[in-house]
Write a protein that binds this ligand. Structure first.
Ligand code: GSH
Length: 200
């Protein structure tokens, strides 16, 4: 099994974190996304949208999109609850992550700390940061009365942790969200947790 990935990407880290929890070995294939490798015809053959991560199964099947990869591995494990409503809760927060979190918090981080702010997009960066702050406030309110996003630690927490714990790299002040900070610690204290820079 191989994971085509860019190591600093939170989307790729989500998958590495779950695989490490599950003690499933994976070969990491580094893709130079900042250098344009995801846009090459060869890469688009394995992922038509041209993004990382892409999972390559042993039979040569490719599965793109971090939520799909997380779901694939979490089935039948404690990281995806069996209860019907709780599964829907996991999907609810994973959808939130893709629509209300990643486009603001991950993109701000990428522009500020990795790729550079595209020319003329300084105003757009401020707008994305404003929307990201609203997202963090929604998370903080949920975590005021809940330890995790569903009833127990799940792939919803893994998906949301990936870019939240490095949100400072996108100029977000996490000290404004005390319940988020406490949840980050709860996630870090889970068995077999690994950090974003570690290579399992
Ligand atoms: N919805 C996708 C988003 C993946 C994504 O945006 N990956 C970025 C790196 S973090 C990428 O490959 N970007 C390449 C590009 O846009 O050209 C997922 O969750 O896997």
């Amino acid at each position: 099994m191989r994971l085509h990935q860019f190591h600093p990407s939170g989307n790729c880290y989500k998958v590495r974190l779950l695989l490490h929890h599950l003690d499933l070995p994976v070969e990491l294939v580094d893709v130079d996304y900042l250098g344009g490798e995801t846009r090459t015809p060869a890469y688009r053959k394995i992922n038509p949208i041209g993004r990382v991560p892409t999972l390559e199964l042993d039979d040569g099947t490719f599965l793109p999109e971090s939520p799909a990869i997380l779901w694939y591995f979490a089935e039948g494990t404690p990281y995806l609850p069996a209860d019907r409503l709780q599964r829907a809760r996991v999907l609810q927060w994973m959808s939130f992550e893709q629509y209300d979190h990643e486009p603001y918090i991950a993109v701000a981080r990428n522009w500020v700390s990795y790729a550079g702010i595209p020319r003329g997009k300084e105003g757009e960066l401020r707008e994305r940061q404003e929307k990201g702050r609203k997202t963090l406030a929604v998370m903080d309110e949920h975590l005021r009365t809940s330890d995790f996003f569903a009833a127990t630690y799940s792939i919803a927490d893994i998906a949301l942790y990936a870019y939240t714990h490095v949100a400072r790299e996108g100029e977000f002040d996490l000290s404004l969200y005390p319940h988020v900070l406490a949840w980050l610690e709860r996630v870090r204290s889970q068995p077999r947790h690994i950090g974003i820079t570690e290579r399992p």
